[in-house]
Design a protein around this ligand. Sequence first.
Ligand SMILES: NC(=O)c1ccc[n+]([C@@H]2O[C@H](COP(=O)([O-])OP(=O)(O)OC[C@H]3O[C@@H](n4cnc5c(N)ncnc54)[C@H](OP(=O)(O)O)[C@@H]3O)[C@@H](O)[C@H]2O)c1
Length: 335
Amino acid sequence: MSGSKVAVVGATGAVGETILRVLEERAFPVDRLGAFASRDRAAAVRFRGQAHDVEATSYDRLAPYDVVLFAGGDDASKDLGRRLAEAGKLVSDNSSTYRMELDVPLVVPDVNPHALGSARLAPVANCSTIQLVLALKPLRDAAGLRTVRVASYQSVSGAGRPALERLEAEERALHGVALASDATPFPSAIARNVIPQIGSFDDAGNSTEEKKIVEETRKILELPTLHVAATTVRVPVRYAHSEAIFVETERDTSVEELSRAIAAQPGVKLVTEGIVTPRDVEGQDMVYVGRLRAEEGSRRHFQLWVVGDNLRIGAATTAVRLAELMLVRRAEHAA
Ligand SMILES: NC(=O)c1ccc[n+]([C@@H]2O[C@H](COP(=O)([O-])OP(=O)(O)OC[C@H]3O[C@@H](n4cnc5c(N)ncnc54)[C@H](OP(=O)(O)O)[C@@H]3O)[C@@H](O)[C@H]2O)c1
């Protein structure tokens, strides 16, 4: 691949910083890097050993770039993402702005790369959805899916850098260091607690995070009527989300058959001995599936435990892989 001018929006945030690291690690062809956030700052981020200034985000400032990776929240991409793609730029976006738009594909590279087509706008799915569909795809292919129920145990970094700082402050407060502020991104205390609310509730009592998981899972797995139910919970873990998943398959199957399917799924590692925890997978791009078992000898009902790093596979690595795929598709088209 020849080099590109690459912009990262939200470069000072938890996901943006991880995107910079993943671009380096994967030797993404960057000729020129632009770092953007909500305001100008000198030498605020590092890329390939060098400090880079951060600029306030605007269309005119992003227009010279070939590839734009948004990790700045809904506000950052909603007016700019589609406009840049229509101007010929390749855009990936970690926000939820475009995920459910009918004319925009929602792709997880190891699940449904065919759906990307020649799109220039590629939203990154919700972090909990990404690890869920990576685990479900081999089950869908092996035995079909009738129902999916999931309870999540989501890390604090999933709510960004201010959330990590809040957890640290509350942990210090437990040891007598007074909290500097009451301001918190959480609806309740997070240290030594679990919070069964991520986002706001609708009239039926479902949270925005739960609705994202339901809708995005159906779209990515191309199962528009799949029964999906989710309860999402924030836990005082720094990095990596965990999920307890309960599935009903369409056809009779077995732990052995499903294990073979999971073991063959790219991007997924099957754990058959012992357990896997969020601390085990920090900094990794693989999603780990463990504790696969049948419910009381059932041939249709199974349970599994899935863990993945929300900042890597749940955000930055998927964003960079989508940009790589779009560059490949563009080169194929031009050839
Ligand atoms: N954290 C995760 O695990 C995760 C996973 C999947 C998707 N996401 C999504 O990724 C995005 C970033 O999340 P994060 O966790 O990295 O949040 P974060 O740590 O709070 O960082 C937010 C970043 O966005 C920048 N920003 C805020 N408003 C902006 C605007 N209007 N224009 C340009 N930049 C703006 C901030 O810049 P300043 O420094 O100038 O404020 C900062 O660089 C969000 O859409 C989030 O929902 C996060």
